[in-house]
Design a protein around this ligand. Structure first.
Ligand SMILES: [Zn+2]
Length: 349
Protein backbone atom coordinates (compact mmCIF):
# COMPACT_ATOMS: atom_id res chain seq x y z
CA UNK A 1 0.00 0.00 0.00
CA UNK A 2 1.51 3.37 -0.93
CA UNK A 3 2.30 5.52 2.07
CA UNK A 4 1.03 8.87 0.91
CA UNK A 5 -0.56 11.43 3.18
CA UNK A 6 -3.89 13.10 2.41
CA UNK A 7 -3.75 16.89 2.13
CA UNK A 8 -4.31 18.80 5.35
CA UNK A 9 -5.20 21.81 3.29
CA UNK A 10 -5.34 22.26 -0.43
CA UNK A 11 -5.42 19.49 -3.01
CA UNK A 12 -1.96 17.88 -3.05
CA UNK A 13 -1.29 14.47 -1.52
CA UNK A 14 2.25 14.00 -0.23
CA UNK A 15 4.17 10.80 -0.98
CA UNK A 16 7.67 10.74 0.53
CA UNK A 17 10.33 8.39 -0.82
CA UNK A 18 8.26 5.91 -2.88
CA UNK A 19 9.98 2.54 -2.96
CA UNK A 20 10.45 0.51 -6.19
CA UNK A 21 8.05 -2.18 -4.92
CA UNK A 22 5.27 0.29 -4.10
CA UNK A 23 4.70 1.95 -7.47
CA UNK A 24 3.16 -0.84 -9.57
CA UNK A 25 4.58 -2.58 -12.61
CA UNK A 26 3.90 0.05 -15.28
CA UNK A 27 3.61 3.82 -15.51
CA UNK A 28 -0.15 3.36 -15.85
CA UNK A 29 -0.24 1.27 -12.63
CA UNK A 30 1.72 4.06 -10.98
CA UNK A 31 -0.80 6.64 -12.20
CA UNK A 32 -3.67 4.55 -10.78
CA UNK A 33 -1.92 4.46 -7.40
CA UNK A 34 -1.79 8.26 -7.24
CA UNK A 35 -4.79 9.40 -5.19
CA UNK A 36 -5.08 12.85 -6.82
CA UNK A 37 -2.66 15.74 -7.34
CA UNK A 38 0.54 14.38 -5.77
CA UNK A 39 3.78 15.82 -4.45
CA UNK A 40 6.49 13.14 -4.39
CA UNK A 41 9.67 13.67 -2.42
CA UNK A 42 12.83 11.74 -3.33
CA UNK A 43 15.59 12.34 -0.78
CA UNK A 44 19.00 13.25 -2.19
CA UNK A 45 22.56 12.71 -1.00
CA UNK A 46 22.91 16.43 -0.28
CA UNK A 47 19.73 17.55 1.45
CA UNK A 48 20.84 21.16 1.66
CA UNK A 49 19.97 21.51 -2.04
CA UNK A 50 16.85 20.66 -4.04
CA UNK A 51 15.36 20.66 -7.53
CA UNK A 52 11.72 20.49 -8.64
CA UNK A 53 10.18 18.48 -11.46
CA UNK A 54 6.64 19.29 -12.57
CA UNK A 55 4.89 16.93 -14.93
CA UNK A 56 1.40 15.92 -15.99
CA UNK A 57 0.22 19.53 -15.84
CA UNK A 58 -1.61 18.25 -18.89
CA UNK A 59 -3.28 14.88 -18.29
CA UNK A 60 -2.63 13.62 -21.83
CA UNK A 61 1.14 14.15 -21.70
CA UNK A 62 2.56 11.05 -20.01
CA UNK A 63 6.30 11.08 -20.82
CA UNK A 64 7.35 12.82 -17.60
CA UNK A 65 5.39 10.31 -15.50
CA UNK A 66 6.92 7.45 -17.49
CA UNK A 67 10.35 8.91 -16.76
CA UNK A 68 9.68 9.30 -13.02
CA UNK A 69 8.25 5.77 -12.82
CA UNK A 70 11.28 4.35 -14.57
CA UNK A 71 13.73 6.15 -12.27
CA UNK A 72 11.88 5.18 -9.09
CA UNK A 73 11.84 1.55 -10.27
CA UNK A 74 15.55 1.69 -10.87
CA UNK A 75 16.02 3.04 -7.34
CA UNK A 76 17.50 6.38 -8.37
CA UNK A 77 19.69 8.10 -5.76
CA UNK A 78 19.56 11.80 -6.65
CA UNK A 79 22.47 14.07 -5.74
CA UNK A 80 20.10 16.63 -4.25
CA UNK A 81 16.55 16.44 -2.87
CA UNK A 82 13.98 16.10 -5.63
CA UNK A 83 10.38 17.26 -5.40
CA UNK A 84 8.03 15.97 -8.10
CA UNK A 85 4.74 17.77 -8.60
CA UNK A 86 2.08 15.78 -10.49
CA UNK A 87 -1.16 17.79 -10.64
CA UNK A 88 -3.55 16.55 -13.35
CA UNK A 89 -3.89 13.00 -12.07
CA UNK A 90 -7.71 13.00 -12.18
CA UNK A 91 -7.77 14.09 -15.83
CA UNK A 92 -5.05 11.56 -16.75
CA UNK A 93 -6.95 8.71 -15.05
CA UNK A 94 -10.11 9.13 -17.12
CA UNK A 95 -10.48 5.94 -19.20
CA UNK A 96 -8.65 4.75 -21.17
CA UNK A 97 -5.91 6.86 -19.52
CA UNK A 98 -3.76 9.83 -20.59
CA UNK A 99 -6.47 11.10 -22.97
CA UNK A 100 -7.72 14.29 -21.31
CA UNK A 101 -5.55 17.40 -21.22
CA UNK A 102 -7.81 18.58 -18.38
CA UNK A 103 -11.19 17.53 -17.01
CA UNK A 104 -14.17 18.80 -19.00
CA UNK A 105 -15.07 22.42 -18.14
CA UNK A 106 -11.72 22.97 -16.42
CA UNK A 107 -9.26 25.61 -17.50
CA UNK A 108 -5.89 24.68 -18.93
CA UNK A 109 -3.69 24.52 -15.80
CA UNK A 110 -0.62 25.73 -17.68
CA UNK A 111 -2.42 28.99 -18.47
CA UNK A 112 -3.18 29.71 -14.79
CA UNK A 113 0.26 30.72 -13.47
CA UNK A 114 -0.30 34.43 -13.21
CA UNK A 115 -1.45 36.95 -10.63
CA UNK A 116 -4.15 37.21 -9.52
CA UNK A 117 -4.60 33.44 -9.27
CA UNK A 118 -8.11 32.47 -10.25
CA UNK A 119 -10.70 31.37 -7.71
CA UNK A 120 -11.19 28.04 -9.45
CA UNK A 121 -9.85 24.52 -8.85
CA UNK A 122 -7.21 25.12 -11.52
CA UNK A 123 -6.26 28.57 -10.20
CA UNK A 124 -5.85 27.16 -6.70
CA UNK A 125 -3.87 24.18 -8.02
CA UNK A 126 -1.49 26.57 -9.81
CA UNK A 127 -1.11 28.61 -6.62
CA UNK A 128 -0.37 25.44 -4.63
CA UNK A 129 2.31 24.39 -7.12
CA UNK A 130 3.96 27.78 -6.69
CA UNK A 131 3.72 27.35 -2.89
CA UNK A 132 5.37 23.90 -3.08
CA UNK A 133 8.16 25.35 -5.23
CA UNK A 134 8.69 28.26 -2.88
CA UNK A 135 8.76 26.00 0.18
CA UNK A 136 11.30 23.68 -1.48
CA UNK A 137 13.44 26.67 -2.52
CA UNK A 138 15.00 24.70 -5.40
CA UNK A 139 18.00 25.58 -7.60
CA UNK A 140 15.82 25.15 -10.65
CA UNK A 141 12.55 23.73 -11.96
CA UNK A 142 11.73 21.72 -15.06
CA UNK A 143 8.22 21.22 -16.36
CA UNK A 144 7.96 18.11 -18.56
CA UNK A 145 5.34 17.98 -21.35
CA UNK A 146 4.56 16.27 -24.64
CA UNK A 147 3.46 17.83 -27.89
CA UNK A 148 -0.07 16.93 -28.94
CA UNK A 149 1.09 15.88 -32.39
CA UNK A 150 4.16 13.91 -33.32
CA UNK A 151 7.13 16.23 -33.12
CA UNK A 152 10.81 16.21 -32.27
CA UNK A 153 11.66 17.25 -28.70
CA UNK A 154 12.42 20.86 -27.75
CA UNK A 155 12.70 23.18 -24.78
CA UNK A 156 10.83 26.42 -24.20
CA UNK A 157 12.07 29.30 -22.11
CA UNK A 158 11.54 33.00 -21.62
CA UNK A 159 15.23 33.59 -20.93
CA UNK A 160 18.43 33.68 -22.95
CA UNK A 161 21.22 32.64 -20.61
CA UNK A 162 23.52 29.76 -19.87
CA UNK A 163 21.50 28.35 -16.97
CA UNK A 164 18.35 27.96 -19.06
CA UNK A 165 20.37 26.58 -21.98
CA UNK A 166 22.01 24.04 -19.66
CA UNK A 167 18.67 22.79 -18.30
CA UNK A 168 17.18 22.34 -21.76
CA UNK A 169 20.28 20.58 -23.08
CA UNK A 170 19.83 17.82 -20.47
CA UNK A 171 16.99 16.71 -22.76
CA UNK A 172 17.24 18.15 -26.24
CA UNK A 173 19.18 20.52 -28.51
CA UNK A 174 16.22 22.54 -29.81
CA UNK A 175 15.27 25.63 -27.88
CA UNK A 176 12.36 28.03 -28.37
CA UNK A 177 12.79 31.40 -26.69
CA UNK A 178 9.55 33.31 -26.39
CA UNK A 179 8.18 36.48 -24.85
CA UNK A 180 4.56 35.43 -25.31
CA UNK A 181 2.81 35.48 -21.93
CA UNK A 182 0.16 32.82 -21.58
CA UNK A 183 0.26 32.05 -17.86
CA UNK A 184 2.60 29.04 -18.16
CA UNK A 185 4.69 27.84 -15.20
CA UNK A 186 7.99 28.59 -16.97
CA UNK A 187 7.06 32.27 -17.19
CA UNK A 188 7.81 32.47 -13.43
CA UNK A 189 11.49 31.84 -14.18
CA UNK A 190 14.12 34.13 -12.62
CA UNK A 191 17.92 34.31 -12.59
CA UNK A 192 17.90 32.79 -9.11
CA UNK A 193 15.44 30.03 -9.99
CA UNK A 194 15.46 29.08 -13.66
CA UNK A 195 12.33 27.29 -14.89
CA UNK A 196 12.14 25.68 -18.33
CA UNK A 197 9.52 23.68 -20.21
CA UNK A 198 10.62 20.46 -21.86
CA UNK A 199 8.47 19.16 -24.71
CA UNK A 200 9.54 15.52 -25.05
CA UNK A 201 7.91 14.96 -28.45
CA UNK A 202 4.64 13.21 -29.27
CA UNK A 203 2.61 11.84 -26.36
CA UNK A 204 2.16 8.48 -28.11
CA UNK A 205 5.80 7.95 -28.99
CA UNK A 206 7.85 5.51 -26.94
CA UNK A 207 10.90 7.56 -27.90
CA UNK A 208 9.48 10.56 -26.01
CA UNK A 209 9.25 8.48 -22.81
CA UNK A 210 12.87 7.36 -23.24
CA UNK A 211 13.98 10.95 -23.78
CA UNK A 212 12.14 11.98 -20.60
CA UNK A 213 13.73 9.17 -18.56
CA UNK A 214 17.24 9.96 -19.84
CA UNK A 215 16.90 13.69 -19.23
CA UNK A 216 15.31 13.27 -15.79
CA UNK A 217 18.08 10.90 -14.80
CA UNK A 218 20.68 13.52 -15.71
CA UNK A 219 18.60 16.15 -13.90
CA UNK A 220 18.65 14.02 -10.73
CA UNK A 221 22.15 12.57 -10.90
CA UNK A 222 24.39 15.41 -12.15
CA UNK A 223 25.92 17.56 -9.47
CA UNK A 224 25.62 20.66 -11.63
CA UNK A 225 22.78 21.10 -14.10
CA UNK A 226 23.03 24.87 -14.51
CA UNK A 227 26.24 25.12 -16.47
CA UNK A 228 26.93 23.74 -19.90
CA UNK A 229 29.83 21.59 -18.71
CA UNK A 230 27.61 18.50 -18.94
CA UNK A 231 27.25 18.78 -22.69
CA UNK A 232 29.19 19.52 -25.84
CA UNK A 233 25.97 19.78 -27.80
CA UNK A 234 25.17 23.16 -29.27
CA UNK A 235 21.60 24.37 -29.11
CA UNK A 236 19.52 25.36 -32.10
CA UNK A 237 17.51 28.48 -31.19
CA UNK A 238 14.13 29.66 -32.41
CA UNK A 239 13.23 33.15 -31.28
CA UNK A 240 9.76 34.46 -30.59
CA UNK A 241 7.63 32.16 -32.66
CA UNK A 242 4.22 33.50 -33.59
CA UNK A 243 0.98 31.66 -32.98
CA UNK A 244 -1.50 30.84 -35.72
CA UNK A 245 -4.96 30.95 -34.15
CA UNK A 246 -8.56 30.57 -35.28
CA UNK A 247 -10.62 33.74 -35.33
CA UNK A 248 -13.77 33.78 -33.20
CA UNK A 249 -16.62 32.27 -35.17
CA UNK A 250 -14.38 30.14 -37.37
CA UNK A 251 -13.92 26.40 -36.96
CA UNK A 252 -11.39 23.76 -37.87
CA UNK A 253 -11.33 20.25 -39.31
CA UNK A 254 -8.64 17.94 -40.68
CA UNK A 255 -8.94 16.25 -44.05
CA UNK A 256 -7.55 16.07 -47.56
CA UNK A 257 -10.33 18.17 -49.04
CA UNK A 258 -12.29 21.19 -47.83
CA UNK A 259 -14.61 19.92 -45.07
CA UNK A 260 -16.15 23.12 -43.72
CA UNK A 261 -18.51 25.54 -45.45
CA UNK A 262 -17.13 28.26 -43.30
CA UNK A 263 -13.79 27.59 -41.67
CA UNK A 264 -10.38 26.01 -41.97
CA UNK A 265 -9.46 22.47 -43.03
CA UNK A 266 -5.85 21.43 -42.49
CA UNK A 267 -4.30 18.46 -44.26
CA UNK A 268 -4.16 15.34 -42.05
CA UNK A 269 -0.37 15.07 -42.38
CA UNK A 270 0.25 18.69 -41.34
CA UNK A 271 2.13 17.45 -38.25
CA UNK A 272 4.89 16.14 -40.50
CA UNK A 273 6.02 19.74 -40.95
CA UNK A 274 7.04 20.03 -37.30
CA UNK A 275 10.47 21.67 -37.21
CA UNK A 276 10.73 21.43 -40.96
CA UNK A 277 10.85 24.24 -43.50
CA UNK A 278 7.77 24.77 -45.61
CA UNK A 279 8.21 26.46 -48.95
CA UNK A 280 5.60 28.82 -50.44
CA UNK A 281 4.38 26.10 -52.83
CA UNK A 282 3.48 23.60 -50.09
CA UNK A 283 -0.25 23.06 -49.63
CA UNK A 284 -1.31 23.20 -45.97
CA UNK A 285 -5.09 22.97 -46.23
CA UNK A 286 -8.19 24.88 -47.27
CA UNK A 287 -10.06 27.95 -46.11
CA UNK A 288 -13.60 28.81 -47.11
CA UNK A 289 -14.22 32.51 -46.91
CA UNK A 290 -11.67 35.25 -46.33
CA UNK A 291 -8.30 34.27 -44.90
CA UNK A 292 -8.31 37.14 -42.39
CA UNK A 293 -11.80 36.33 -41.12
CA UNK A 294 -10.79 32.74 -40.29
CA UNK A 295 -7.18 32.91 -39.10
CA UNK A 296 -5.00 35.34 -37.20
CA UNK A 297 -1.36 35.48 -36.17
CA UNK A 298 -0.13 36.76 -32.84
CA UNK A 299 3.39 37.66 -31.90
CA UNK A 300 4.37 38.79 -28.38
CA UNK A 301 3.38 42.36 -29.20
CA UNK A 302 -0.05 41.55 -30.63
CA UNK A 303 -1.66 40.66 -33.90
CA UNK A 304 0.27 40.81 -37.16
CA UNK A 305 -1.06 40.62 -40.71
CA UNK A 306 -1.95 37.05 -41.66
CA UNK A 307 -1.16 37.83 -45.30
CA UNK A 308 2.50 38.42 -44.40
CA UNK A 309 2.80 34.68 -43.75
CA UNK A 310 -0.05 32.87 -45.51
CA UNK A 311 -2.01 33.22 -48.72
CA UNK A 312 -5.06 31.65 -50.32
CA UNK A 313 -5.07 30.49 -53.91
CA UNK A 314 -8.54 29.40 -54.98
CA UNK A 315 -9.39 28.34 -51.42
CA UNK A 316 -6.11 26.45 -50.89
CA UNK A 317 -3.89 27.61 -48.02
CA UNK A 318 -0.15 28.15 -48.70
CA UNK A 319 2.66 29.89 -46.84
CA UNK A 320 3.35 33.26 -48.46
CA UNK A 321 7.05 32.90 -47.65
CA UNK A 322 9.42 30.21 -46.45
CA UNK A 323 8.41 29.30 -42.88
CA UNK A 324 9.49 27.01 -40.11
CA UNK A 325 6.57 25.45 -38.23
CA UNK A 326 6.42 23.80 -34.85
CA UNK A 327 3.96 22.57 -32.26
CA UNK A 328 1.64 21.83 -35.15
CA UNK A 329 -1.41 20.10 -33.71
CA UNK A 330 -3.69 17.60 -35.40
CA UNK A 331 -6.11 17.85 -32.49
CA UNK A 332 -9.07 20.14 -33.33
CA UNK A 333 -9.82 20.75 -29.63
CA UNK A 334 -6.34 22.17 -29.01
CA UNK A 335 -6.46 24.10 -32.29
CA UNK A 336 -9.72 25.74 -31.17
CA UNK A 337 -8.76 26.46 -27.58
CA UNK A 338 -5.06 27.20 -27.97
CA UNK A 339 -3.49 27.49 -31.40
CA UNK A 340 -3.03 25.57 -34.66
CA UNK A 341 0.73 25.91 -34.76
CA UNK A 342 3.72 28.14 -34.05
CA UNK A 343 5.77 29.64 -36.83
CA UNK A 344 8.84 31.69 -37.57
CA UNK A 345 9.88 33.17 -40.85
CA UNK A 346 12.70 30.97 -42.13
CA UNK A 347 14.73 34.00 -43.27
CA UNK A 348 15.19 35.22 -39.71
CA UNK A 349 16.40 31.92 -38.22
ZN1 LIG B 1 1.59 20.34 -22.09
Amino acid sequence: MPSWKAPEQGQFYYWPDPQPGAIGDTAYDFLKLLPGPTHIFIPGQDNSRSRVIATLLHGNEPSGLHGIFHLLKYGVRPVVDIHVVIPSVDAAKQAPGFIYRMLPHHKDLNRCFREPYEESDQGRLAREIVDIIEAADPECVIDVHNTSGSSPSFGVTTYMDQQHDALVSLFTHRMIVTDIKLGALMELSTDERPIVTIECGGAQDEESHLLAADGLRRFMELDCVLSLQHTDMSLEFFHNPMRLELKDGSDIAYGDHCLLQDGVTLLPDIENHNFGYVEPDVRLGFVSGELASNLKINNPLGEVAITDYFRLDDGVLYPSRRLKLFMVTGNPEIARKDCLLYLVSAETD
